[in-house]
Design a protein around this ligand. Structure first.
Ligand code: GDU
Length: 346
């Protein structure tokens, strides 16, 4: 890592997930003294313990909903990466209160526990689905961002910097569409596409970790960092996977699922008007005005609005050959290709 984690203690909530595992490895490579994983599933922790076999990693069974378990895990920690969340769109639609408990109240627990323990920096993982949300997962992540921003506004002298990162779909993450399409193609079935014109921002797991590291290095309290990702249609994604696995380019149309948007938005126009451009990333600072709007009336708001939102419909569109190359670069896809047909993997 480009930042000083050597000798530090870090906590990763939801540390056994795709992001968590990658982040744990990065911290260990950066010579962190201790990396704590807080998660609910002891079986996943046990698998990770055996796989990593590194005594600097400490496993805490607990739940962000339970403040006491967060307090125990955060004691004497320097940095927190908050990845624990309910993030499946359809299941959050059916159990919205569960999403509130984990994504909103659990996140507030993480911030409060970090503040009480004197943690230096907390980076919270958000999603494009939090912008103008239409589903419970996105709504609760939007509220998580608001809780982080309120902490910054209400605690200007806090030693704890709380920031958020917002990104789109991480390719080949657990339970996502890419492993599903591969499983279908390898079984000789056609990929089940909801709507071939639907678009999603795509990024790799290392890119998501790089964004978190950027936030960790550059964050001011309440900042939201956004990855300026490229996007693809789901139809092109299915076509790229069919090409890669040498399968006929035939799809089955499912129709849109509960709570899905046709296109995602990574930054709204109001945010874009205030955002700072860091090349690959945008920083949206917190609006630090308080409720005394009359105080600001005479000065006016100099920023105005941007002309349009940054969406997966107007972002750079990946062409099928580019998607093929991005997929081929993923270690999990290469492993699937090798298992399917070694000739295709070379
Ligand atoms: O059988 C399927 C399943 C999905 N899709 C489409 O593929 C795209 C991606 O779907 P994912 O389920 O991979 O991801 P979502 O955009 O629904 O994203 C959410 O669900 C993911 C897991 O399903 C992750 O949790 C992710 O963080 C969360 O934002 C969507 O346009 C979806 O409509 C299909 O075409 N066919």
């Amino acid at each position: 890592m480009g930042i000083g984690v050597a000798g530090c203690r870090a906590l990763i909530t939801g540390g056994t997930g795709s992001f968590g595992c990658t982040m744990v490895r990065r911290l260990l490579d950066g010579d962190a003294a201790e990396v704590r994983v807080l998660s609910r599933d002891e079986a996943k922790q046990d698998a990770m313990r055996r796989q990593l076999s590194d005594e600097r990693v400490r496993y805490h069974v607990g739940d962000v909903r339970d403040r006491a378990s967060v307090d125990r895990a955060v004691r004497d920690v320097d940095f927190v990466f908050h990845a624990a969340a309910l993030k499946q769109v359809p299941s959050c639609e059916f159990f919205p209160l569960e999403a509130v408990r984990t994504n909103v109240l659990g996140s507030a627990n993480v911030i409060d526990a970090a503040e009480a323990a004197g943690v230096r920096s907390v980076v919270m993982l958000s999603t494009d689905k939090a912008v103008a949300p239409v589903n419970a997962m996105g709504m609760t992540k939007a509220l998580m961002e608001k809780v982080a921003q309120a902490h910054a506004r209400d605690n200007p002298n806090s030693p704890t910097t709380v920031s958020c990162v917002r990104y789109g779909n991480v390719m080949y993450s657990r339970g996502s569409v890419i492993p599903l399409f591969i499983e279908q193609i390898r079984a000789g079935q056609s990929p089940t596409v909801t709507d071939p014109t639907m678009t999603r921002f795509l990024m790799s797991l290392p890119e998501s970790v790089a964004l978190v590291e950027h936030a960790f290095t550059h964050a001011r309290p309440g900042d939201v960092f956004i990855h300026k990702a490229a996007a693809s249609t789901v139809g092109d994604l299915a076509a790229a996977l069919c090409q890669l696995f040498g399968a006929p380019e035939k799809i089955e149309i499912l129709g849109v699922r509960h709570g899905e948007k046709l296109h995602e938005t990574l930054a709204g126009r109001e945010e874009l008007a205030r955002a700072q451009d860091f090349g690959g990333y945008l920083r949206v600072p917190v609006d630090c005005r308080d409720l005394n709007y009359a105080l600001y009336f005479h000065d006016g708001d100099p920023t105005g609005l941007a002309a349009t939102d940054f969406t997966s419909a107007n972002a750079r569109r990946l062409a099928v050959p580019e998607i093929v190359e991005l997929l081929r670069a993923l270690p999990q896809v290469r492993a699937e290709l090798a298992a399917h047909d070694p000739a295709l993997a070379s």
